[in-house]
Design a protein around this ligand. Sequence first.
Ligand SMILES: Nc1ncnc2c1ncn2[C@@H]1O[C@H](COP(=O)(O)OP(=O)(O)O)[C@@H](O)[C@H]1O
Ligand SMILES: [Mg+2]
Length: 306
Amino acid sequence: MLEIEGLQKSYGKVKALEGIDLHVAPGEVCGLIGPNGAGKTTLVSVVTGLRDADAGSVRVAGLDAASNRKGIRGIIGCAPQELGLYPTISVRANMEFFGRWNGVRGRRLSTRIEEVADALDLASLLDRRAGDLSGGQKRRLHTGLAMLHAPRLLFLDEPTVGADVVARMRLLEAVKRISSQGCTVVYATHYLAEIESLGASVAVLEAGRIRERGPLAEVVARHGQSRAELEFSGDAPRLAGWQQKGSRLSIVTADPASATAAAIAKLNGEASRLRGVRIVPASLESAYLAITGHGPDIMEENNAQA
Ligand SMILES: Nc1ncnc2c1ncn2[C@@H]1O[C@H](COP(=O)(O)OP(=O)(O)O)[C@@H](O)[C@H]1O
Ligand SMILES: [Mg+2]
């Protein structure tokens, strides 16, 4: 559905994309993840034609994007990172405007407005002024505007920024639904839990390059690190193979349950000071940190603060 080859883009001296190769299959949800400044928004902008590439090629549904701008316009939908709504007109009027802009008219337009409003829980808001919506509602409308023409390839750039927990869950549900109807989705985010919830495939973008690409389970299996932690009252005892820090022992291992059982058997008299045991399975987060060159330490520090 989407074939990107050797894509490069610079802003003056800043190289935002340093040769991106990325293929996304029909019906796939591709989670484009990476830290701020990785190049996610630049990639989405170039692929959707909002910016010109310096080099490389993009094919959408087999069509060369550069020479078929018009042809692919009806195929692609994009909700950019920056909100784009008309605040002084109603939600419905926004949808009518963007729908027409993308070639949807007449009865089909009213049907699509109803369907999209349903999918994104906007039905009760259709007559409200867009500018009066909450942050999460605006984000849902902004996402819905990209879907009105039922694109076969949808780009969502940080679609849940500013959305509360419920709004986020609804949006993820809507993405799952349109994906189950055959729409291909490129979902840029730095919220890794959303990628896990979507069951998306993963493309890790960092400093303008794709660092890793594959199905979620494979990426986690390849790079994810599971670990175990033992918490003591007072300073943790020393134990071979385990890292001691304050009241905690921790170990990064493929088999944290066995490591924990073996450790407990070796504790002897110290066992009475054991206060807690935690098994942390390999996650996309640990894989992501490993891929982007951070060890598991950063997660432990994070957990210690939590
Ligand atoms: N309009 C612009 N002018 C100059 N530099 C930009 C512009 N947009 C993005 N950049 C730079 O390009 C790099 C990639 O940015 P961006 O694509 O927004 O990353 P992301 O969406 O992953 O946070 C960053 O170094 C950013 O500062
Ligand atoms: Mg961005």
